[in-house]
Design a binder for this molecule. Structure first.
Ligand code: G3P
Length: 215
């Protein structure tokens, strides 16, 4: 399973990249707004750190605007993936970019047919938002399972990227459901190697050894 970090914060990206197992980055307009920093410059800085796919979202919501902004974003670095909303205009832009050989990430997916349509249009990544479905008393994991089944039924090559991942249970469930990628906030990445029994077990190993041999 590929692991992306979901942030535009450079310090978090550096720390995650230092772990040696980071495959890519996703950003969105809200994450960029939090940084209060120029989007293009920040994308350049991110691409200097992470060589894997870096999703850069358009702000425009109409087809022509998405094509213009997407082309500008794609010029920033070869690893840029143009992130588009899963609307009718986004679908058309997805098809146009995929015909031009530009990779896309279709975001804000909340039902399985959006995922099927964008796969038909040649999306490189599809981003179902599991946490936000849970927030409105739906089950985000069901959407991941449905998309996995549809993509496997028809052999769609679009990578299933679980987004809006909020906690470790989401991560485990996504891995079990066969999500190709998960994009995860740094706060969750930091917890992924944690277990209290690992800490207490390690403490005891060291104490036992020192009792027997000193040091
Ligand atoms: O980047 C898109 C997605 O991961 C957002 O997550 O937590 O704002 O629902 P969240």
């Amino acid at each position: 399973m590929e692991l992306y970090i979901d942030t535009a914060n450079l310090d978090e990206i550096k720390q995650a990249a230092d772990l040696g197992v980071l495959d890519g980055v996703t950003t969105n307009p809200s994450l960029i707004a939090k940084e209060k920093y120029d989007y293009t410059k920040r994308l350049e800085e991110i691409c200097a750190i992470v060589k894997g796919p870096v999703s850069a979202e358009v702000i425009a919501t109409d087809y022509a605007g998405m094509m213009k902004e997407g082309r500008e974003r794609a010029k920033i670095a070869p690893q840029i993936v143009v992130k588009l909303p899963s609307t009718v205009d986004g679908l058309k832009a997805c098809k146009a970019f995929s015909d031009e050989g530009v990779r896309t990430n279709l975001t804000l997916v909340f039902q399985p047919l959006q995922a099927m349509m964008v796969a038909k249009a040649g999306a490189y990544l599809v981003s179902p938002f599991i946490g936000r479905l849970d927030d409105v008393a739906e089950d985000g994991m069901v959407l991941i399972q449905q998309i996995r089944t549809i993509y496997d039924n028809y052999g769609y090559k679009t990578k299933l990227l679980a987004a809006s991942v909020r906690h470790l249970k989401h991560m485990t469930d996504c891995a079990l459901a066969g999500a190709d990628v998960a994009t995860v906030p740094f706060s969750v990445i930091k917890q992924m190697m944690n277990h209290p029994l690992t800490d207490s077990g390690l403490k005891k190993f060291v104490e036992d050894y020192k009792k027997a041999f000193g040091g």
